[in-house]
Design a binder for this molecule. Structure first.
Ligand SMILES: O=c1ccn([C@@H]2O[C@H](COP(=O)(O)O)[C@@H](O)[C@H]2O)c(=O)[nH]1
Length: 317
C-alpha cells in the first residue's frame, strides 16, 4: 500500500476516479464518430455495436484520464462495464489500465473475484501476470471474501510477489448490504466485523513502511458510523471507500474512516466525476464529438477538484 499512500501524499488528494463507462455516459456523437472505423475492422455485422462502444469507451476514458492525471492519485476501472461488451470490452479494460499506469496513476481494478483456492490462484494472475508478462496493468484488485481464507491466500501471495495490493469487501455501500453483513454471530459480533478481523489477520505479514498492509478493505461511504468503528478495529488496514456522490455519501460521512494523520483511506467516485458533463448544463446535441469530449474533460476535472477540496476540508483538519 506504500505506493498508493505516497501517490495520495503527492497529490494531497485521497480520492480515486472510477472509470465505469456505460452507453448512457458517453456522449452519443462520440460513439457515432467511430462508426466508419469499426465497420471496416469487425468480422461480422453483429459485432459492430460492441466494437463501436468499446472504442468510444477508450476515447472517453483517455479524455478523462488526461483531464485528471495531475490532480488525483488513482483510478478504479470497473471491469463489469467492459466485460458487458465481450472481448472488445475486455481489450479496452486492459488498454485503459495500461494508459492510466503510463500517466503515473495507481490502477485499482474493481474485479471482485473470489473462488476456491485453485481457482483463486488463477484469478490472482491479475496481479502477478504470466511469467514476465503483466496483461492487466493493475496495481490492486478487489476481492470477495465469501469463500474464506483459501479464496484469499492466493491473492495475498500474488500481491506480495508483484508488490501489489488487494481490497477485500467488508462493509459494502449498497442498499441490501445489511442482509448478510449485519447478521449477529454467536459471540455478539456482526458478520462484517468478523470479516474485518479476518482481513486484519490476512494482511498481518505484509505491513509496509506507512503502517498499512497489502490487504485493504472496502468500506462504503454510506455507513459512516460503522466505517468509523472499523477504522479503530482495523489499524493496519487501508480502506477503499465507494459510495461517495452518486450513492449519497459525503465528505463528512467518510471523515471518520481516516486515521489521525489524515491517511488510511481513499474515496471513490465514478458517475459523479465521469458523468459530470451531463449535469454541467453546457451540453448540446449539436456539438461535434471533439467539443463533447472537451466538455467531458472540463466537467470531470471540475468535479474531481471539487471532491478533492471537500475531502481536504473534512479529512486534513
Ligand atoms: O461497496 C461497494 C463496492 C464497490 N462499489 C463500486 O464502486 C463504484 C461506485 O460507483 P458510483 O458511480 O460512484 O456510485 C462502482 O464501480 C461499484 O461497483 C460500490 O459502489 N460499493
Amino acid at each position: 500500500m506504500d505506493r498508493l499512500i505516497e501517490a495520495i501524499d503527492n497529490t494531497q488528494n485521497p480520492s480515486v476516479v472510477g472509470l465505469d463507462p456505460t452507453e448512457a455516459l458517453v456522449p452519443p456523437q462520440v460513439v457515432a464518430s467511430f462508426a466508419d472505423e469499426v465497420r471496416d475492422s469487425v468480422e461480422s455485422p453483429e459485432e459492430i455495436e460492441s466494437a463501436q462502444l468499446a472504442v468510444a469507451y477508450f476515447e472517453y476514458n483517455r479524455t478523462i484520464i488526461d483531464a485528471i492525471a495531475d490532480i488525483v492519485p488513482a483510478v478504479k476501472p470497473q471491469i463489469a462495464m467492459y466485460e458487458a461488451l465481450g472481448p472488445a470490452g475486455v481489450d479496452i479494460y486492459t488498454m485503459t489500465c495500461e494508459y492510466a499506469a503510463q500517466q503515473g496513476l495507481y490502477v485499482l481494478g474493481d474485479i471482485k473475484r473470489g473462488d476456491i483456492g485453485s481457482t483463486a490462484a488463477a484469478y490472482a494472475h491479475h496481479l502477478n501476470g504470466v511469467g514476465d508478462f503483466d496483461p492487466w496493468h493493475e496495481d490492486a484488485v478487489t476481492v470477495n471474501p465469501y469463500l474464506g481464507t483459501d479464496g484469499i491466500t492466493p491473492f495475498v501471495k500474488a500481491a506480495a510477489e508483484a508488490d501489489k495490493d488487494i481490497f477485500v469487501l467488508v462493509r459494502t455501500s449498497n442498499p441490501s448490504s445489511s442482509e448478510l453483513q449485519m447478521l449477529d454471530l454467536a459471540d455478539g459480533t456482526k458478520v462484517y466485523e468478523h470479516v474485518a478481523d479476518l482481513v486484519e489477520g490476512w494482511g498481518a505479514e505484509t505491513i509496509g513502511s506507512h503502517g498499512y498492509s497489502r490487504v485493504g478493505a472496502v468500506v462504503g461511504a454510506t455507513h459512516p458510523e460503522e466505517g468509523k468503528a472499523l477504522r479503530e478495529r482495523m489499524p493496519h488496514t487501508f480502506f477503499l471507500v465507494p459510495g461517495y456522490g452518486a450513492q449519497g455519501g459525503t465528505a463528512a460521512d467518510v471523515a471518520g474512516m481516516f486515521d489521525k494523520q489524515g491517511s488510511g483511506a481513499i474515496v471513490n467516485s465514478s458517475r459523479g466525476i465521469i458523468g459530470a458533463w451531463k449535469k454541467s448544463g453546457k451540453y448540446s446535441e449539436s456539438m461535434t464529438a471533439d467539443e463533447a469530449l472537451d466538455l467531458v474533460a472540463s466537467s470531470a476535472r471540475q468535479a474531481a477538484l471539487g471532491m478533492r477540496d471537500n475531502l481536504r476540508v473534512a479529512v486534513y483538519r
